[in-house]
Design a protein around this ligand. Structure first.
Ligand SMILES: Nc1ncnc2c1ncn2[C@@H]1O[C@H](COP(=O)(O)O)[C@@H](O)[C@H]1OP(=O)(O)O
Ligand SMILES: [Mg+2]
Ligand SMILES: [Mg+2]
Ligand SMILES: [Mg+2]
Length: 352
């Protein structure tokens, strides 16, 4: 299969899963959220999205060739509350498939849904082709009614070659000054990127045609804007404020959930993305695979605090020096220097 065909397949799968997420977010009920053992929330939409993407990819790929590294697994669905959730997930998956006039498929059973979810247990690695999925990135934003993303990448021999981000709540217009509340602007963006072929944005509903996008070309940090996590538990915001101060950035950060940040940056809404999780947190490949190629194909750079590009070839986790930074190529040296200045000045007890 060519990169173009992989990209089309990924985009169809992400669109399908995004529709399921949108319908759940509209009618979100508290009982549809559970807590995972790592204390992050997971909803019927996380499972439903993973089942749909897995099902939509596998049916189009050569038999036996499908490998998926994805966030969720079916373990918690084996409990008593899990069984009710599974019934609801199966119904959501089948309703979404039935509503898509381009799909001709028999309804899935609960067992099919479990199998589709558990396809995501692959370990990935440096050889072969592995799809990399975060079925809902930014579940906290999703539950709050804010930003989230369905993020799908394709890892080929250790390198991400395709990335698709479905961002159902992201306005098609710039969010450089934040996401407007109660605006009539159209929302729902689909970012697509493939190696050597650029990054494009189109409306998730397909009404607006794809347009090529580029990261901002601001080369003076004083004019740069930055974005970071909405959740302070996900990134050390006092550290990022210090880095911004060293850089001379004066504008307040745009805080939004999920890899929607990578999409927004790829079209120039913000110039720098700073992500410094608290000590002990290990970054997973599905949290950055699609987003990183969306940025690099738009002319940007994604790297860690040592200045190294992200390495997706080491399995389910990213093996990196502290922090993830994205910006344009011109600003990379100056942003990296500011990051290292601030990290070197930290008290030893604050270091990882
Ligand atoms: N304690 C944590 N520190 C950093 N990131 C986290 C933490 N807990 C969950 N995440 C993940 O951070 C990402 C959200 O990023 P952001 O903070 O930029 O919105 C998600 O992938 C989320 O997982 P999930 O996919 O389960 O929502
Ligand atoms: Mg999660
Ligand atoms: Mg995630
Ligand atoms: Mg997730």
């Amino acid at each position: 299969m060519s990169c173009y065909q992989d990209l089309q397949l990924a985009a169809r799968a992400v669109r399908l899963a995004s529709r399921l997420c949108q319908s759940v977010q509209r009618g979100l009920l508290a009982k549809e959220t559970q807590s995972k053992s790592d204390d992050s929330p997971v909803t019927v939409a996380d499972y439903g999205s993973q089942a749909l993407v897995s099902w939509a990819l596998e049916r189009e790929l050569p038999a036996g060739s499908f490998s998926l590294v994805a966030e969720e697994d079916s373990e918690d669905l084996g409990t008593e509350t899990g069984a009710a959730m599974l019934t609801r997930i199966t119904q959501l998956v089948n309703d979404t498939i039935a509503a898509d006039s381009t799909l001709d498929a028999a309804p899935l059973t609960s067992k099919d849904v479990l199998l589709a979810i558990d396809q995501g247990r692959s370990k990935g690695g440096a050889t072969g082709r592995h799809w990399v999925l975060d079925p809902i990135d930014g579940t906290r934003g999703f539950v709050r009614g804010d930003q989230y993303a369905v993020a799908l990448g394709l890892l080929e021999n250790g390198e991400i070659v395709v990335g698709v981000l479905g961002c159902p709540n992201l306005p098609m217009t710039s969010i450089a000054h934040g996401v407007p509340k109660d605006s009539n602007e159209p929302v729902g963006c689909l970012f697509t990127a493939s190696k050597g072929a650029g990054t494009f944005v189109q409306s998730l509903d397909g009404k607006l045609q794809p347009q090529q996008v580029y990261v901002s070309n601001v080369d003076d940090p004083a004019w740069a804007t930055f974005c970071e996590s909405y959740e302070s538990a996900h990134s050390n915001q006092s550290l990022t404020a210090n880095i911004a101060r060293v850089l001379g950035v004066t504008a307040p950060p745009v805080r939004i959930d999920s890899q929607a940040k990578y999409g927004a940056m790829a079209r120039g809404d913000a110039v720098i993305y700073l992500r410094f999780p608290h000590p002990g947190y290990r970054e997973k490949i599905w949290d950055h695979a699609a987003g990183s190629i969306v940025i690099t194909e738009a002319g940007g750079a994604v790297f860690d605090a040592a200045g190294k590009s992200l390495d997706f070839s080491k399995g389910r986790f990213l093996d990196l020096e502290r922090g993830i930074i994205a910006t344009n190529k011109k600003l990379k040296p100056v942003v990296l220097a500011a990051v290292q200045t601030v990290l070197n000045g930290e008290q030893p007890s604050q270091k990882l």
